[in-house]
Structures are given as structure tokens and as C-alpha cells.
Design a protein around this ligand. Structure first.
Ligand SMILES: Cc1ncc(COP(=O)(O)O)c(C=O)c1O
Length: 345
């Protein structure tokens, strides 16, 4: 659909030929604002939502449309199996939008900061589109993910010997210096990721809660946007690792997000300064939801439990939503959807 971009910090507007994801005036994150009325189809097929995505020339890769099943663990707990996307996580939904836009604007290189899954996903689709990927990855990244990025998709990797937030700064500087398309947790990714909530709505009538693991908070913001678009009232439950929980603290103290050094083995959600954090806090509160923290050992226990009960082999971040579910009290008629966000172990 036709759209324009609006800066979430200073309110500046940009036409859709702008070709960047950061505000030229203040460096703020941009938001996609659609010009027409969305007609969201009741479908669990990713490309049925093409007209609900920012206009571009999309290649129809086989992604999304992931299964939603009731778990054998608890009655009323449903699993949205995002680990069965082609690169093992929900990131593919946003990557196909970013790659299409990069191609449309004529870029031949993408720069991205990642904890692993995003770079793996972007490099996969960029390569098929003939675009090279340069990845900035934090010191605590999972070595298996780094190996996959290098071996499968030809990407160039810069290790940043600090955390993800430092990698993000490095990617921004690199894209300014070289003119590479800055991809990652920005506006186009958020648009792709919101399709997950469209699918959930098509797959499960009357769900009451949606449980979402949080790193940079792009997924939770995308889901909140989609629920608003569909006028669905469901409580958004965000989950963070106890050792990296800036969102939980901001939510509790009713204060803006403050950076904290991540201490968690759940590498995919080890983000100390979530880019969409303040927006996510607002959205979660408005939905009547909550932010829950879980210990690494609780995620590990749920990882094992999920494998035994449902045959689903999630990574730690992917099992975080189950750990959160077990900490909360749900009513008899509640239907909670746990996003099993990734399976790259
Ligand atoms: C498996 C997995 N779960 C959850 C997240 C968190 O998503 P977001 O950064 O959009 O909050 C990520 C992000 O990398 C991820 O890879």
C-alpha cells in the first residue's frame, strides 16, 4: 500500500522515495504511515498480506504461514511456531521487506547489527537478491549463528567486542561512511513482523493474550500495531531475561528505557537498550498487558519441556514465552498465544 514515513521523535515527514530508515533531521526512528484503508485478509498465508505491506516489488519467497497449535503442556496455551520459518526465526518476515526496499532503492550492500538471527535471515534473502551483507555482531553472539552467517550466505562479519547496542552504533556509522542500506530494527522490518499477528488472528478466534520475547522490541511493537489495525483487544505480555530487562524496569518504574549491560545466555534477546523500548512500554500498558522477566535456567527448563511435550526445539529466547506463561495466572476461558520466536541453537 502507498505510504509515507514519519519520524517518531521530531515528527518530520518523508515521501516513500526517501530510501532510508532513520530521520535525516534528528536521527530518530521512522514509522510507516499508510495512505489508504487496510483490508486485512483472514488468511494465514504471508503473501496474502502483500497489499498491507509498504509498496515495493516483492519476491514471493516461501516464508511465514507458520503453524499455530495447542500445546500438550497446558489447555489454553497455543504455540505460534515461528522457528519453522526458512532461517529458523520470525526475522524472515521483516527481512523480505527490507531486502525488497534496498533493491528498489538501488543499493548493492546492506549493513546490519544483529545478535545473530537477523543477520542470518537478512544475508539469506539479500544474497538471492544479489545484494551483499555486512554484519556487525556483538561479542556474546552464538558461534553457531556466526558460522551459519559466514558459511551459508557469504556475508562479511565485523565482530564488535561489546554488546549489541555497540554493534548497532557501528552499523549506523558504517552505513553513513559507505552509503550501504542500513537494515535491522527499523520501520520496514516492523511492518513485515506485524504480519505474525494477522496470522494469529486468522488461526485462533478470541485469543486473549499474546506472549512475546523482547530484544530490541521491534516484534512486540509490530504486533501491537497489527492488533490496533485489526481492533483486537488482547493483552500483550512481553518477556525479557532477568539479566537483561530494561523494558521490565521502565514498565515498572514508569520511566524511559535506560541502558543496562546484558547478562543472559539467551543471546537473541540480549539487548541492553531496545530501540522500540519506550514505544513498546506504552503499547503494552494500553493493551492491559505486562512485562515478565525469566531466569536463564527457567528458559532452559522450558526449552527441554517444550521439546518433550510438543517436539518443538526452540532456542532459549524462543522458549522464553513458555517460561513467562508458567509464571502468570490465566483464567479458565483464556487463550494465550506464546510466540516460539526462534530455533537456532
Ligand atoms: C529468536 C528471537 N526471539 C526474540 C527476539 C526479539 O525480537 P525483537 O528484537 O524484535 O524484540 C529475537 C531478536 O533477535 C530473536 O532472534
Amino acid at each position: 500500500m502507498d505510504y509515507y514515513l514519519e519520524c517518531t521523535r521530531c515528527g518530520s515527514g518523508f515521501d516513500n522515495d526517501y530510501g532510508k530508515q532513520i530521520c535525516a533531521k534528528c536521527g530518530g526512528i521512522l514509522e510507516v504511515v499508510y495512505k489508504g484503508r487496510l483490508k486485512i485478509p483472514k488468511s494465514a498465508i504471508f503473501w496474502d498480506y502483500e497489499s498491507e505491506l509498504p509498496d515495493s516489488k516483492y519476491t514471493h519467497y516461501a516464508l511465514g504461514g507458520t503453524a499455530l497449535v495447542e500445546s500438550n503442556l497446558h489447555h489454553g496455551l497455543f504455540l505460534k511456531l515461528e522457528l519453522y520459518n526458512p532461517t529458523g526465526s520470525f526475522k524472515d518476515r521483516g527481512s523480505v521487506v527490507e531486502v525488497a526496499k534496498a533493491k528498489e532503492y538501488g543499493y548493492d550492500e546492506i549493513a546490519v547489527a544483529s545478535t545473530g538471527n537477523m543477520a542470518y535471515s537478512l544475508a539469506y534473502y539479500a544474497r538471492t537478491a544479489g545484494i551483499k551483507t555486512t554484519v556487525f555482531i556483538g561479542g556474546a553472539a552464538n558461534p553457531n549463528k556466526v558460522k551459519d552467517i559466514l558459511m551459508t550466505h557469504d556475508a562479511k562479519i565485523h565482530r564488535v567486542h561489546k554488546d549489541f547496542s555497540a554493534a548497532q552504533d557501528a552499523a549506523i556509522k558504517y552505513s553513513r561512511r559507505t552509503g550501504a542500506f542500513l537494515a535491522g530494527d527499523y520501520c520496514y522490518r516492523k511492518e513485515g513482523q506485524r504480519t505474525m499477528a494477522y496470522e494469529v488472528a486468522a488461526q485462533l478466534k478470541g485469543f486473549t493474550h499474546i506472549i512475546v520475547p523482547v530484544g530490541n522490541a521491534t516484534l512486540v511493537s509490530g504486533i501491537a500495531k497489527a492488533l490496533r489495525e485489526m481492533r483486537i483487544n488482547a493483552g500483550i505480555i512481553a518477556v525479557q531475561a532477568r539479566g537483561c530487562s530494561p523494558l521490565a524496569k521502565a514498565f515498572k518504574r514508569r520511566k524511559p528505557i535506560r541502558y543496562e549491560t546484558p547478562h543472559t545466555k539467551a543471546d537473541a534477546i540480549a539487548v541492553g537498550n531496545p530501540a522500540y523500548g519506550d514505544e513498546a512500554v506504552r503499547e503494552i500498558r494500553e493493551s492491559g498487558g505486562a512485562v515478565v522477566t525469566v531466569e536463564d535456567k527457567e528458559m532452559a527448563a522450558c526449552q527441554e519441556m517444550l521439546y518433550r511435550s510438543d517436539g518443538v526445539r526452540a532456542e532459549l529466547a524462543g522458549a522464553a514465552s513458555i517460561a513467562a506463561y508458567r509464571k502468570l495466572k490465566f483464567g479458565k476461558g483464556d487463550k494465550a498465544v506464546a510466540i516460539i520466536s526462534g530455533g537456532n541453537i
